[in-house]
Design a binder for this molecule. Sequence first.
Ligand code: ADP
Ligand code: MG
Length: 679
Amino acid sequence: MLDRPVTTLRYVGPQKAARLQRLGIQTIGDLLFFFPRRYEDRRQLKELAAVRAGETVTVQATIKAWEEKELRPRLHLFRALIQGRQGAGYALWFNQPFIKRQLPPGVEVVLTGKVNYRQGPEIQVSDYEALGTGDTSLHTRRIVPFYPLTAGLTQRWLRLVIHLALEEVREKLPEILPLSLIQRYRLLPRSQALQYIHFPPDPGALHQARRRLKYEELLIWELGLHLNRRQRQQGRGGIAHTPDNSLVQRLIAALPFRLTGAQERVLAEILADMEAPRPMARLLQGDVGSGKTVVAAAAMAKAVAGGWQAALMAPTEILAEQHGRTLQRVLTPLKIPVAVLTGNTPRSGRETILAGLATGQLPLVVGTHALIQEGVNFKALGLVVIDEQHRFGVDQRAALLIKGVEPDLLVMTATPIPRTLALALYGDLDVSLLDELPPGRQPVTTLVLTDRQRAKAYQLIQREVRAGHQAYVICPLIDASESLAAEAAIGMAKRLQEEVFPAYPVGLVHGRLKASEKEEVMDSFRQGKIAILVATTVVEVGVDVPNATVMLIEGAERLGLAQLHQLRGRVGRGTAPAFCLLIAGNSQAARERLAVLVSSQDGFAIAEADLKFRGPGEFFGTRQHGLPEFRLATLPADARVLEQARQDARQICQEGLWQLSPYGELCQAAREKIAGLQF
Ligand code: ADP
Ligand code: MG
């Protein structure tokens, strides 16, 4: 029924069908799930004698006579004298020659439009309907839907066609939700909800329709994620990693610090998951600096201990190199070699690494996208770790996974995804939360400064650098162009070196440098040879230089709060007090937003605030992939419904209900929804 092409409806020919297709509408189902963007309440009828200039009204009247005028070339006025029960006036149409024929004198009409006053009230008609034809009103005398349109389609036509579709489908539209859920949440039946969302009899009905369809939408999404996960877990069977943790213990014992309670907890979750015979799919969420890397290292050691290989993929070369160094530090003493593979690895080195991975002699590799290229083959890939996972597309994750046979998957993120969004996005991942920073960290003192207060910022940098610490100066992206940002950074570095800090070495890193050049600069900074590092946002993720104590960010209003928080997390990694200086324009809105950073150090709270300010699309920036698009639901506003849907989906899966017939169609819809998504 819902699969029938729209052309089977009256009034829909090939031309209109092509226009509908531009809106993504091909079938009757698509049409019915194409929801109004807004509504206008036209239930109140006014007497012509009572209308006032400037207001938009709906009136009922009789057409008495017509007159026609050419006001100027191509502007034809059609004016009808209309008589209401109380009062008379005029109704105006422009360039609609058919209107006179459609509404001849004597016809009773309902008109909606804006009122002007000349000799009497004049209504500039935006919608009209003739009465007495027995038709239901679609355009007046009701709450009227307005749709997002495309060229060549009108609201009138679309209302009519959707109305026809509803009429046809009405009784035959199958319910998709099981009765138990409908009763539990007192939801409208599906056909009624669809009827009401297009043509609500009153605001209450509209609310109920939206509530029902929103729940359906979120349940289908969550169910899709759960079914996906079931399928993966029941696939060819995952790897049961060795229960012997002695290697992991030795690694931990050799660390120069003790694990935090949170690190111990999440590591235990991960190790247990790895021992289980089904493939692990776990998200490790932790604020900047919470110490995710050693947790990953321990998990990788466990894989290696049982004779498997492990791979860690990071989004940038700087980060891959840094992880490589960290892992080498903790794993080399345990006689586990670690290789680093990036696009920048020289050919001979690359060949040695590829051979080592293929024969299994090389148990552990860290790298960038270079890892998912063709020619990279593993003998026995047992664990895949993905850092800053939101920087990768779903397909890229999958590309690394298929280099093994059902390897365990650990994805890590320092972007503190709000819980609401995490659930929506990763409903099929288990979540481990690192909610504790290593001891001794101090909150980063954050200040918002204007352009004119820059001197103050430089004084502070001067003081810190003189005390032997280091500083970052960030020039953010300008109009999303890394090349312009690089330009700005180059100018900034020159000015700082020559005019502001002639006595201290100023370094520069930006996206236009070659990877090896970047690495060289980062190395110098790490070793303290550079005191002040000017950078574009390339340092955003994961750079770990505990001696740096100042983070100055130019044009801070251009960046999202979550991203600023990430940048701020580059300092305050040691025990000395640290500072984050945000230089921003004077706009009230920007200052309000940045104030969140001044008052909070909690990445999750900041991310929630960011989400509220910017909405989910922008929150993740253009690099985010796989963000679901909902028709009705909006996050985080609908977080509660989402959570409910998640629980219901889980129950349906756990109890095997999905195999029962009332769930069949629901699950079919769920599978279609997430088809193509593979985590
Ligand atoms: P992130 O979670 O941001 O990736 P890292 O793994 O880079 O954090 O760790 C940040 C810093 O904290 C590193 O220098 C790391 O060595 C250090 N670190 C990690 N765990 C602890 C701990 N338990 N105690 C002290 N320092 C730690
Ligand atoms: Mg990290």
